[in-house]
Design a protein around this ligand. Structure first.
Ligand SMILES: [Zn+2]
Length: 213
């Protein structure tokens, strides 16, 4: 609908690149509180932080899961994409992979900034899936700092997911989803925005052999 996707860069342009996405499902917008806070915080040295409040500005404005075409953007990414549903289905994956302007924009943006880590907020399962290696360490640290438990999602079929695309497409790129709870107040958001900076420092200080460029 012509709304821009906005990305704000903070901190050290030569530092380790971390990207935080507040919203992809427009009716799961608690992450905006976290991205708003990050925009006001001092970024520690050695961290190049990109803050993207929403990659679904139309869905966010309309308070609906999908974009203005009612496509579930988190089923539309061009890695492990599969047809899912028809227009009107809540997880409609679009007519083809990366059919949506938002998906194309995010793909181009991520290819340009090549983040070492991406954090994607959703609601409201209150969980983080377990991971392996350094990414698992990041997930565990985020869980410990925020109290969001590490749990494995059971059931469901997840295709065309943005974080999965990022992890498998961006060289040495890690990414994970944080499922927030039903609500998030300012004090809780502060715990999350601080956790983002804390795990960014952990990543910055990790042995360089484990990192990308
Ligand atoms: Zn979601």
């Amino acid at each position: 609908m012509g709304r821009p996707l906005e990305a704000f860069r903070l901190g050290d342009p030569k530092g380790v690149t971390v990207v935080v996405i507040g919203v992809i499902h427009g009716n799961e917008d608690a992450g905006l509180l976290i991205t708003d806070q990050l925009l006001e915080m001092d970024v520690p040295r050695g961290i190049n932080l990109w803050v993207v409040p929403t990659v679904n500005p139309d869905g966010t404005a309309l308070n609906q899961r999908g974009n203005a075409n009612s496509v579930d953007l988190n089923r539309n990414f061009p890695y492990n994409w599969a047809k899912m549903g028809k227009p009107g289905y809540w997880q409609y994956a679009g007519a083809k992979r990366a059919s949506e302007p938002e998906t194309k924009a995010v793909v181009a943006f991520m290819r340009e900034i090549k983040p070492a880590l991406g954090i994607w907020y959703h609601q409201d399962l209150n969980m983080i899936s377990p991971g392996e290696g350094l990414e698992g360490t990041m997930r565990n640290a985020y869980s410990r700092l925020t109290g969001i438990p590490i749990k494995r999602i059971t059931g469901g079929r997840y295709t065309g997911v943005a974080a999965t695309w990022q992890r498998n497409t961006i060289k040495n790129g890690m990414a994970f989803v944080v499922e927030l709870g039903e609500t998030l107040n300012t004090a809780q958001a502060k715990v999350h925005s601080s956790a983002v900076l804390n795990i960014s420092m952990l990543l910055r200080d990790a042995p360089s052999s484990k990192l990308g460029q």
